[in-house]
Write a protein that binds this ligand. Structure first.
Ligand code: HEC
Length: 361
């Protein structure tokens, strides 16, 4: 490129700029009709203060938000967020003081900090708007009970699932009352003073879920479905010798502070190749039901235990003559009597201390 051409281009550039400025002046002179597009432009400039990549990463870890708004803001039980160009102020207001059904996330619990909001707004403003809206995770059936419908329609089930396992584990951990439940829903209480615990659960006002509806939910969760009590089972064995007899011991422990578990079935699996000999120890109050599934892969010693109190430990043992054994497993299933069935599988440590036996040579 020659020096002359370069200069010409520079002059043309200056000329274009002049034309644009000229238009802007004309626009402003036109009055309020052009003021609104100018405000919109300012809003989207303001949103770009947030960092798109940081916003994307933050959203990726906000599972509670995703459960209502979709993994990519495509919508679900809550509206779509992608490409909606909501301002930071709109985000802020909605999260702290929601307009309608959405529960509030407080500044104090820190699930969404003020600092995250510009990034979230920038991320969703950077996405194209959604062509096909997402569907809610769960939909109530007309055959569902009032409690089940409320849990789904008020949004609780979107976060906890229709069987509400997380709150029911809480009810199994220590005794809960309706008042504690209500405080949890209204204030994200979770035993704040008494147990020095914190909760990031968003809160619902009585306008969103009435006290009467809360009572219906509570009765269903605490009585019909019942608490999930943290009962663990561990298995140990005497040394395994090929051709010998081994004694397996199942130690059942209720790790709850003060909630008892009822209607337990304790199953001590017999390794493939082993043969059940006899039950050695049966705790008081429990009944040995026999050797279930003899000759099948689910060969096992089974007890019925009507109740194990919070903090209580019960011990069961049985003899097996060793065959071509490999591993054994044990577990305890807790069933709440009635129409509903629940088995609690504690997350850690898993109740499968497999006693490894020596295979027959
Ligand atoms: C239980 C379901 C639910 C959860 C959880 C939820 N939202 Fe919402 N969200 C809604 C609903 C429903 C609306 C529509 C307004 C209303 O009803 O409050 C909404 C609206 C919004 C809006 C405004 C959308 C608009 O169109 O104006 C934003 C922004 C938003 N939510 C962000 C979030 C964030 C961030 C989280 C997580 C911290 C979150 N939401 C968690 C249900 C939910």
């Amino acid at each position: 490129m020659s020096r002359r051409m370069g200069r010409r281009l520079a002059i043309m550039g200056a000329g274009l700029l002049a034309v644009v400025l000229g238009l802007a002046v004309v626009g402003l002179a036109g009055g309020s009709a052009v003021a609104s597009p100018a405000t919109e432009q300012q809003a989207s400039v303001a949103q770009q203060v947030g960092n798109v990549a940081t916003g994307k990463a933050t959203w990726g870890t906000r599972a509670l938000c995703q459960r209502c708004h979709g993994a990519n803001g495509e919508g679900g039980a809550g509206p779509d967020l992608a490409g909606r160009n909501l301002t930071e102020a709109q985000w802020q207001r909605q999260i702290r003081q929601p307009w309608g059904l959405m529960p509030a996330f407080s500044k104090a619990d820190g699930y969404v900090t003020d600092a995250m909001i510009p990034d979230l707004a920038a991320y969703f403003a950077s996405l194209p708007s959604v062509a096909t809206l997402g569907a809610p995770r769960f939909t109530a059936l007309s055959t569902d009970s009032l409690a089940q419908q409320l849990l789904i329609e008020k949004g609780c089930a979107m976060l906890h699932g229709p069987t509400m396992n997380t709150p029911r584990r809480g009810f199994g951990d220590h005794v809960w009352t309706y008042d504690m439940f209500k405080r949890q829903v209204r204030e994200s209480w979770y035993g704040r003073e008494e147990l020095a615990r914190t909760s990031t659960m968003p809160t619902f006002t009585s306008r969103q879920i009435s006290d009467a509806d809360l009572r219906v939910m509570w009765d269903y969760l605490s009585v019909q479905l019942g608490p999930l009590v943290p009962v663990t089972a561990t298995l140990s064995s005497t040394p395994v010798t090929v051709g010998g007899t081994v004694t397996y011991t199942v130690t059942l422990k209720n790790n709850s502070k003060d909630v008892s578990a009822e209607g337990l079935t304790v199953t001590g699996v017999i390794p493939t190749g082993g043969t059940f000999v006899r039950a050695v120890t049966t705790p008081a109050g429990s009944a040995f039901l026999g050797n279930a599934g003899a000759g099948t892969t689910m060969n096992s010693a089974v007890w019925a235990t009507p109740k194990i109190a919070g903090g209580e430990t019960l011990v069961y043992s049985y003899e097996v003559s060793v065959g071509t054994v490999t591993t054994t497993t044990a577990w305890a299933g807790w069933t709440k009597p009635g129409a509903h069935f629940a088995v609690y599988v504690p997350p850690t440590p898993t109740p499968t201390p497999t006693a490894t036996a020596t295979p027959r040579p």
